[in-house]
Every structure is written in structure tokens, then in C-alpha cells.
Design a protein around this ligand. Structure first.
Ligand code: SF4
Length: 380
């Protein structure tokens, strides 16, 4: 079980992004806002500490936004505070997200000394023209520099986020990005196909015909190329979009894919505790106002029934290539998934989208490309 902390600040909004973040330059008194924000996160942490009790935690993930847009000393202090206040097990995975141009060697050392042992770098592409067209602020040479700085600071467990399906991106661009990423020897690679989120500049420009995007077939080919290249290079394809060197799975993300409880801290963050899912108010000033009065403000809050949790466990679990274990499911819910979803599973088996291997229900290669259909089968 783990803790997620959302740091909702970015230097600039990327053209495809609909994550919750505000642009630093748009905030008056940025230092004051971030100080108040970090105080609020600490208050929220203490609030959930009481509810959490003595159960052991194994992961801490600082995401965003761009966490490294904050001064590293302030981030380090927050990380130390959380690691100290909660009952973390030995050797927890402590991850921070970073953008390549926002990290200097000294910053990386400060973060490492606070306990950070894994970094997830938003590389996205190694073509400068594509980075520019996405609205990213870094250049490709800064990706290598940031990886080297983290490694020099002692943080060897490095994930690179890569994107395919970008406007004007060719198959060769994608191959080149994969090879450049491999040359940096990351332990983990996340390869995401671009999704046009409504309201983003990319979606607007696509609708107006200003930008041309690779076709669905091109995207499928890029995904297949990633699988081939990365698996050949010794990476395990363990989740639809994620690849890792043996034993370097993202432990924090595994919690989500196994539908386990976690605490979410920060504006817009979601948490799942005692069968209750909550999403914090996204507006930063409101979030701060709530905690200045020692009171959470939620955007959404719902109780999750056991059946809903089962549905979600199957839906997210089918993203993992190892699939969902029948024994684990029985231990958790007292019955087999075959009893709960007889028709759904039969339908997927007949279509060749899933298979049962060593007691685990998992997607087939064909199912991999129709993952939405597989997960969707477990929607009520
Ligand atoms: S840096 Fe990340 S969170 Fe910030 S705007 Fe870009 S994609 Fe979104």
C-alpha cells in the first residue's frame, strides 16, 4: 500500500495535457502559494495518518504537475516528513516525477538524501521538432543529462515516459526515440499512445485540421514496434503501456493495477481508503483554504461496494499481462471470478481475447490490442 502526493505546478502547459496543474507564472506570490500548499499537504497527511493506523506502507510517489518545479529542499523536507510520520516498511520505493530540464546535480543529490530512490522522467520523444510541437520545454540532449545526473546522485532506478502517435511523427522517429531511450539504460519504460483529450490545444487543432496525426494503424504499428524492440532488449512487457528490466516493475503503479488501497494527498488527488474513494478539490486556493481550517474539501466522494470493487479489480487487473490470479481473487472476495462473471469470461474466451494460464486469467496478444473491450466486459 502506498501514498501519492500531487504537486500541481508546471512551468508551461503542454499542448496535449489535461492533468491537473497550473502554470507557475500565472500565480502571483508563487513562493507563498507553494509554502501554504506544502503546509496543507502536511496537515492532510496527519489527518489520514490517524485513519491509516499501523498498516505497513511500501511506496511513496510524488507526481504532478512537475514536482521538480518546486525548490528541492522543500520537496526533500516534505518527503522526509511523510516517511517519518507513516509506518513505511524497510526499503520503500520512493519515486519522484521530473522533467529533464528542471534537474541539476545538486537537486538530484538533495532528493536522494531525502530517500528518493526512483525517478520517472517525462522524456516523451528524442526529436527536438516533436518536443517543440508538443509544447515541451526540454530538448533531447537534456534527457541524457538528467538521467546521468540522477545516476550520479545515486538514483539508478530510472523510468522514461515516451509517447507515440504524435503529430507528424513517423515510424522512423519512433524507432529512433526507442533506440535513444535504450542507450540510456533505464530500468523502466512507459510507452503511451497519444490520446486527444477534449479542450486541449491538440484536440482543437486536430478538429480544425491544423495538425495531422498518425492513423490508428500507424499507432498500432508503433506499439508493436515498441514491444518487439524492448522485449528483444531484455525488458518485460508487464502492463499494457509499461516495460521493465526484471524485478523493476513500478511498485507504486502495481497498487493501482491490483486495485489496492492508497492515500492520495494534494489538490485534485484521488485516494482509496476503507472502501471509500475520494477526489480532492482541484482548485489550489480552495484546497489550501480547507486545510487552513483543518478540513478536507472533496470534489467527489463515494463508497465502493464489494461488487464494485470486484468489477474494478478485474478491469484494472486485466491491464497486467500476468492477468488476475483466481486464487488471489478468491482469497480477497471468498469466491472465484468464474462464479461472479461466468458469461463475461465465457464471451471473452470465445472471442480469443483472454486465456486462462496457470490459474490466471490474462489477455491474449489479440486482447492486448482490444484492451478496452476486455476491461469493459467487467463494467456493470
Ligand atoms: S509537464 Fe506534465 S503535467 Fe505539466 S503540462 Fe506538461 S504533461 Fe502536463
Amino acid at each position: 500500500m502506498g501514498i501519492y502526493v500531487h504537486i500541481p505546478f508546471c512551468e508551461k502547459k503542454c499542448y496535449y495535457c489535461d492533468f491537473h496543474s497550473v502554470v507557475v507564472g500565472d500565480l502571483t506570490h508563487f513562493a507563498k502559494v507553494t509554502d501554504d500548499y506544502l503546509i496543507s499537504v502536511r496537515k492532510e497527511a496527519l489527518y489520514y495518518k490517524k485513519q491509516w493506523g499501523n498498516k505497513s506502507l511500501s511506496t511513496l510517489f510524488i507526481g504532478g504537475g512537475t514536482p521538480t518545479s518546486l525548490p528541492p529542499q522543500k520537496l526533500a523536507s516534505l518527503i522526509r516528513f511523510i516517511l517519518h510520520e507513516f509506518p513505511f516498511a524497510e526499503n520503500p520505493e520512493v519515486t519522484i516525477e521530473a522533467n529533464p530540464h528542471t534537474i541539476h546535480l545538486n537537486d538530484a543529490k538533495i532528493l536522494a538524501s531525502a530517500g528518493v530512490n526512483r525517478v520517472s522522467i517525462g522524456a516523451q520523444s528524442f526529436q527536438n521538432n516533436l518536443l517543440q510541437s508538443m509544447g515541451r520545454l526540454h530538448r533531447s540532449d537534456q534527457i541524457e543529462k538528467s538521467v546521468l545526473r540522477f545516476k550520479e546522485a545515486g538514483i539508478d532506478n530510472v523510468n522514461l515516459d515516451l509517447m507515440f502517435g504524435l503529430p507528424e511523427q513517423t515510424i522512423n522517429d519512433w524507432k529512433d526515440t526507442l533506440m535513444s531511450a535504450l542507450s540510456l539504460k533505464p530500468t523502466h519504460l512507459s510507452c503511451y499512445g497519444l490520446i486527444l483529450e477534449p479542450g486541449t490545444p491538440f484536440a482543437i487543432w486536430e478538429a480544425k485540421g491544423i495538425l495531422r496525426f498518425p492513423t490508428d494503424d500507424d499507432q498500432a504499428e508503433m506499439f508493436e514496434i515498441a514491444r518487439e524492440v524492448l522485449v528483444k532488449s531484455g525488458y518485460e512487457h508487464y502492463e499494457i503501456s509499461n516495460f521493465c528490466k526484471p524485478r523493476f516493475e513500478a511498485r507504486h503503479n502495481l497498487l493501482y493495477w491490483m486495485n489496492m488501497p492508497f492515500i492520495g494527498l494534494g489538490s485534485g488527488a484521488t485516494g482509496y481508503l476503507n472502501r471509500r474513494r475520494y477526489t480532492n478539490i482541484a482548485k489550489i486556493s480552495e484546497y489550501i483554504k480547507g486545510w487552513m481550517n483543518d478540513c478536507p474539501i472533496y470534489e467527489r466522494e463515494s463508497l465502493i461496494s464489494e461488487k464494485q470493487e470486484m468489477d474494478e479489480t478485474m478491469m484494472v487487473g486485466m491491464r497486467l499481462l500476468q492477468g488476475v490470479s483466481e486464487i488471489d481473487f478468491m482469497e480477497r472476495y471468498g469466491m472465484s471470478f468464474f462464479e461472479v462473471y461466468p458469461l463475461e469470461i465465457e464471451g471473452l474466451l470465445n472471442k480469443g481475447l483472454v486465456e486462462l494460464v496457470n490459474g490466471k486469467l490474462r489477455v491474449t496478444k489479440q486482447g492486448l490490442y482490444l484492451e478496452n473491450m476486455v476491461s469493459g466486459a467487467f463494467l456493470p
